[in-house]
Design a protein around this ligand. Structure first.
Ligand SMILES: [Fe+2]
Ligand SMILES: [Fe+2]
Length: 539
């Protein structure tokens, strides 16, 4: 059978011309459809779109020009080439035909070889057009999906960089990867220095009790390959290397499906490994080259974000320890109670958390405030470094002059931190620490020092610290007093409700009294000297 060059719709009311065209074009390898008038031509063109239309101008019911205009107006046939057949004595038909959108014309009587050439040229042009059109559609589709992927990547990158903590960052990462890669199970393994093993630190779709049991040794061949290659890799259950990953617990976590492993690196340091498995639509374990490209990019961006977060957390930890050590150094001259600062910061945190839970100061008591309070509270007495030994270490009662000087520790501490804060060009917890130093001896009724502030004039952080500090001072032995019992201390604080202490904070303290007692016992001083002094004064 001769190859089909294309399908031609022939429309002519004269049987002789129509039949001539049909037999001629079929001989040249065209498939033909024929219509006897314009209306029939339009119906046939809608039923089965041909490659070209050859149509007589003068026809009953609907002229060739009208058919042409209608075909060019319809979306499905607007690019269908139309060739008009017209008599030599009707030149105005040619102009009208071309104006109506026709692509070409042939004159009657027909010169059949010319007709063949004109039709084949137009069909080739249409095939080219169709090819470009399809290609264009594919490009639009590809660009659309690439643009969606880029938007996802951009959003992921922003969210990871905005995350305050590593846990939050990893949760953003696992959720995004699950959505982008259509994987039901995603996890991130990171190295735990204390046990020297790689554990799952964030996961999605893996039961928590199973995830916590997954653990890879430091010299795991899988991780060695990840470190060396730095490329995503599929670990198949049949692969010998997978034994460690697919151990008893691995099988539960990954369901014996192939797992895509993606290294999370920064420079040449392997920070973690992403595992992806259980795809919702593709063959298990099948990842297209574009998926690998996207995963590699995500891993690079995530590697930088994780490294930054780890560095920030290390800096923060170092700052915390340094601040705590300095605060402790400042206290070391007079305090024999080694855990005083630990207890005070723990009491402060519990008071702040409970205040928030009981519906008080919810706007102020955001997690950042509570974590800053935890860091700042130990600094409340750093100003004592400026108080002379004969006053600070005096075992008996202070004279009024000595008391005045002693009270200056609030101002010395506050001014020191104010000066330090002014050297920074950003908000810092030093501002809260400064408030705590200045105001932790103010009282709710205005009878405190150094400024005699009252009520909410006293910053919330200082009001909380005052309650925590007094409870600890009362329950600890000091050179001038024995340690009071927990019950007695609670009674004294209750008596100070609305005079010494903020009544709301005092109420929350009373609900937490048992918990404070537990914290006190857990963090009690094991310093032999402190205990000896405490015993002496308690007698
Ligand atoms: Fe103080
Ligand atoms: Fe204190």
């Amino acid at each position: 059978m001769a190859p089909i060059n294309g399908t031609v719709l022939i429309a002519d009311d004269e049987d002789q011309i129509r039949n001539l065209c049909v037999s001629f074009l079929q001989r040249f390898g065209y498939e033909t459809i024929s219509a006897r008038n314009g209306v029939e031509a339009l119906e046939l063109a809608s039923d089965r779109v041909p490659d070209i239309v050859l149509i007589d101008v003068m026809m009953p019911r609907m002229t060739g020009l009208e058919v042409c205009r209608e075909l060019k107006a319809r979306h499905s046939t607007q690019h269908l080439p139309v060739v008009l057949m017209t008599g030599m004595d009707q030149p105005e038909d040619v102009v009208n035909g071309l104006q109506s959108g026709a692509d070409d014309y042939v004159c009657k009587p027909l010169r059949l070889p010319e007709l063949h050439l004109r039709l084949s040229n137009l069909i080739r042009r249409k095939q080219m057009f169709d090819m470009l059109h399809d290609h264009n559609e594919e490009m639009i589709e590809t660009l659309g999906s690439q643009s969606r992927t880029l938007t996802e990547l951009f959003t992921l990158s922003l969210q990871m960089n905005k995350s305050q903590h590593l846990d939050e960052l990893l949760s953003v990462l696992t959720n995004s990867l699950s959505r982008m890669m259509d994987c039901r199970r995603v996890s991130v393994l990171m190295f735990n220095r204390s046990i020297r093993r790689w554990n799952i630190v964030a996961s999605l779709g893996i039961p928590q009790d199973v995830a916590t049991q997954i653990s890879l040794s430091e010299d795991s061949p899988i991780l060695r390959d990840m470190s060396a290659g730095g490329q995503p890799a599929i670990i198949d259950p049949t692969n010998a290397m997978a034994v460690e990953l697919y151990g008893a617990n691995g099988a539960m976590a990954f369901s014996e499906l192939p797992v895509m492993l993606v290294p999370l690196s920064f420079s040449n340091e392997l920070l973690g490994v992403i595992t992806l498995t259980d795809r919702t639509w593709a063959e298990p374990g099948h990842f297209a080259p574009t998926d690998i490209t996207v995963l590699t990019y995500v891993a690079q961006v995530a590697g930088i974000a994780i490294k930054n977060r780890l560095r920030q957390e290390q800096i923060r930890e170092t700052q915390d320890v340094t601040i705590f050590a300095l605060a402790r150094l400042a206290e070391s001259r007079d305090e024999l109670t080694g855990n005083h600062l630990r207890r005070v910061q723990t009491y402060c945190r519990r008071l702040a958390e409970s205040l928030r839970l009981s519906g008080h100061h919810q706007k102020a008591l955001v997690p950042e405030f509570i974590s800053e309070l935890w860091r700042a509270a130990p600094m409340h007495d750093i100003g004592k470094v400026g108080i002379s030994d004969n006053i600070l270490l005096k075992p008996g009662r202070l004279t009024p002059e000595e008391r005045k000087e002693m009270e200056q520790h609030t101002v010395i501490g506050g001014q020191t931190l104010e000066a330090a804060e002014s050297l920074l060009h950003h908000d810092s917890f030093l501002s809260m620490a400064k408030d705590i130093c200045y105001f932790h001896h103010e009282k709710w009724d205005g009878s405190g020092y150094p400024f005699g502030y009252s009520g909410e004039e006293i910053p919330l952080s200082a009001r909380i610290t005052a309650c925590a500090d007094v409870y600890d001072a009362l329950t600890s032995a000091r050179p001038y007093k024995p340690a009071f019992s927990h019950e007695r201390a609670v009674g004294i604080i209750a008596e100070g409700r609305g005079t010494h202490f903020d009544p709301t904070i005092c109420d929350v303290f009373l609900t937490l009294a048992d918990e404070f007692n537990k914290i006190r016992l857990e963090l009690q001083d094991n310093d032999v000297n402190a205990q000896a002094v405490e015993t002496t004064f308690a007698q």
